[in-house]
Structure formats: C-alpha cells, structure tokens
Write a new protein. Structure first.
Length: 98
C-alpha cells in the first residue's frame, strides 16, 4: 500500500470520527415536567423569529433561541422549516441566469 493511500485512509477515518462527534444526542429535558412541550407549530414559529430572538439573546440571558422542552423530530423539522422560510432556503437553487 502506498503512502498516499495510507494518508487518505487515515484522513477519511479521522474525518468520520469528527463528523460522528458532532451528532446530536437524545433530548433528556423533553420528559421533564414542564408547562408545555414544544411541537411542530412552536418549532416553526421559533424558526421564523430566529433572527430577532438571536439578537435579543445576546443581551438577555433569559431568552433562548431553541426550546429545549420539545417533542423531538417534529419540533426540529418545524424549526428548520421556519428558519429556511426566513433565510430564503433553496428558493433560488433552480434559478438559471441568462
């Protein structure tokens, strides 16, 4: 095996470990007694108001961008969908310049 192949294999292995380390874990706070558990619609709303909430959270420690008391994947989907609505998403992905 050549030296470049060994280096490439090591680079791929380290890259795989780095990407695996970034994976999110389970939400242990979701099952805590809370006044509400955020679902899809609240996630969508939080995604839409993300730019304003982020600016406020820089100066106020009681404001968070993301609600940790959520029901999991549906909240995450709503949050990402709301953020993509605000930031444009892939609306110009299919746009071809003439």
């Amino acid at each position: 095996m050549s030296r470049s192949k060994v280096a490439l294999a090591a680079l791929l292995l380290v890259g795989g470990f780095v990407l695996a380390a970034c994976a999110a874990g389970p939400n242990n706070v979701a099952r805590v007694d809370a006044p509400h558990i955020a679902g899809f619609w609240l996630g969508l709303w939080h995604g839409i108001i993300l730019p304003i909430t982020f600016l406020i959270s820089l100066f106020n420690h009681n404001v968070n961008v993301y609600d940790v008391h959520n029901n999991g994947n549906w909240y995450n989907f709503g949050f990402v969908l709301g953020a993509s609505i605000v930031f444009g998403g892939g609306s110009r992905a299919g746009y071809r310049k003439r």
